[in-house]
Design a protein around this ligand. Sequence first.
Ligand SMILES: N[C@@H](CCC(=O)N[C@@H](CS)C(=O)NCC(=O)O)C(=O)O
Length: 216
Amino acid sequence: MKLFSFWRSLATYRVRIALNLKGLSPEVIEVNLMKGHQRDPQFRAVNPMMALPALVDGEGPALFESLAIIEYIDEVHPTPPLLPSAPKARARVRGLAQLVAADSHPLIVPRVREYLSAEFKIDEAGVAKWAQHWHQAALSGLEEHLATEKDTGTFCQGEQVTIADICLASQVAGANFFKVDLTPYPTVNRIAASCAKIDAFARAHPLKQPGAPASV
Ligand SMILES: N[C@@H](CCC(=O)N[C@@H](CS)C(=O)NCC(=O)O)C(=O)O
């Protein structure tokens, strides 16, 4: 198994957590997003969207999109399960996960920030404000769901670690990268702290990966 990865990639962080939870250790191939290596022809042949992560399991082509990869890992290695069994609980977990991975994260990835600055001449402070805004939108949505819904427990869905917790952890790591104040989101913070105590989450953290700085 080969994982195309970069320390700072939040989507790859999600997949690393899932792999760790399942006890899988793929070979890691670095694609340096800060040097634009995702646009090199060799990686474009792996993932035409020129985005991380990509996972090759046995024969290619590579799998792409973090949530699709995580569900694949969960289907092939069902223990421990990353989705609850009840249909409504599964939909809630997928909804919380997509709030992060589909509604917020795509707005703050390098290609979007680079386009804002190159095409619209938005300065560094403006791009940071943009990223903070979309982080806050997702964090507010998560907080409202998690603080008010009875299914919330130690984790997003009761006592089971699910794909929603994986996504929540990536949202909080990204918020820290972009210096977003997390105090208005106490339930998100509490669940992120519970996740951080689990070795599979701790080892997967962006700042624990080869090439990462001590802090950002
Ligand atoms: N929706 C995708 C996001 C993929 C994505 O945009 N990944 C970022 C890193 S977290 C990336 O590689 N971006 C490259 C770029 O924006 O140029 C997923 O969840 O896998």
